[in-house]
Design a protein around this ligand. Structure first.
Ligand SMILES: Nc1ncnc2c1ncn2[C@@H]1O[C@H](COP(=O)(O)OP(=O)(O)OP(=O)(O)O)[C@@H](O)[C@H]1O
Ligand SMILES: [Mg+2]
Length: 252
């Protein structure tokens, strides 16, 4: 297990955002975190990525209990997070965005533009991402392609764990499929992936383990063999409500 929580908890003032949550992610596996709005998904990944400290329980990296001092600390340990806003600059080219935030490499000498372009192109291709022109502004890419560039960037810069906060939530079926394919590709390259989503249809095909959160508490972590997509849907907070809603909205 590269990254693990044991009975982890977090409160914000009087709000108990997370209580006794245990989960893990192993190399070459995808752990899906499912739950309804306010379930604590983002709070959990913020703990994993060093944004928030935890109040109780343990966070383990390579089996050792740690206290992350911040996002930089997480990154130095190979834990990379692709946030929903992606931290990309739309008017900048694909290759510039690819190298955004990696300025320390300039200490090797002058920033080598030709090399940066070539690396971006090669890395995107290695992930199977077909960007026609790395000089085109990132803003001209589709949402799915932008997510894919962010994933390729994390892989290139040495991530061992890739955390994705709802990368498919704003996407249509086809685009979501594209992102799911890159998640599988990152997994096949040996990364541990934490994939946050509302959608059991996105989680089930690609996931190896499934953590279900409901109002800050865990409904359990299940292996792929232990749970069907239908069971995931039913377990998700809102599964039962959706059934009821379908009845309510249906015509008599
Ligand atoms: N910084 C904060 N200060 C106070 N309360 C917070 C803070 N962050 C989260 N919370 C509360 O913690 C709970 C869990 O929030 P969280 O953002 O983790 O949910 P989520 O599962 O990511 O929801 P969504 O699907 O809407 O993104 C919520 O009740 C939220 O209001
Ligand atoms: Mg969230």
């Amino acid at each position: 297990m590269i990254l693990q929580t044991r009975g982890i908890g977090k409160t914000f003032g009087s709000v108990l955002a997370l209580r006794e949550v245990s989960m893990g992610v192993a190399a070459g596996q995808v752990t899906c975190v499912l739950g309804d709005n306010g379930a604590g998904k983002s709070t959990l990944i913020k703990i994993l990525s060093g944004v928030h400290g935890h109040d109780s329980g343990e966070l383990l990296v390579d089996g050792e209990p740690v206290r992350l001092t911040g996002p930089r600390d997480a990154l130095d340990r190979g834990i990379a997070t692709v946030h929903q806003d992606l931290a990309m600059i739309p008017l900048m080219s694909v290759w510039r965005n690819f190298f955004l935030g990696s300025e320390p490499r300039r200490s090797f000498g002058r920033f080598d533009v030709a090399k940066a372009r070539r690396v971006a192109r090669e890395e995107l291709r290695a992930m199977g991402i077909d960007v026609r022109d790395v000089d085109q502004p990132v803003g001209t890419l589709s949402g799915g392609e932008r997510q894919s560039v962010a994933i390729a960037r994390a892989v290139y810069f040495g991530a061992r764990v890739l955390i994705l906060d709802e990368p498919t939530s704003a996407l249509g079926v086809k685009q979501a499929g594209v992102v799911l394919r890159y998640i599988a590709r990152a997994r096949d390259r040996g990364l541990g992936v934490v994939f946050i989503t509302h959608n059991p249809h996105h989680a089930h095909p690609v996931g190896d383990r499934f953590l279900l959160l409901n109002r800050g508490t865990s409904l359990g972590e299940y292996g792929k063999a232990e749970v069907t997509r239908e069971e995931l849907t039913a377990l998700m907070a809102g599964g039962a409500e959706l059934e009821r809603l379908a009845h309510e909205l249906g015509r008599e």
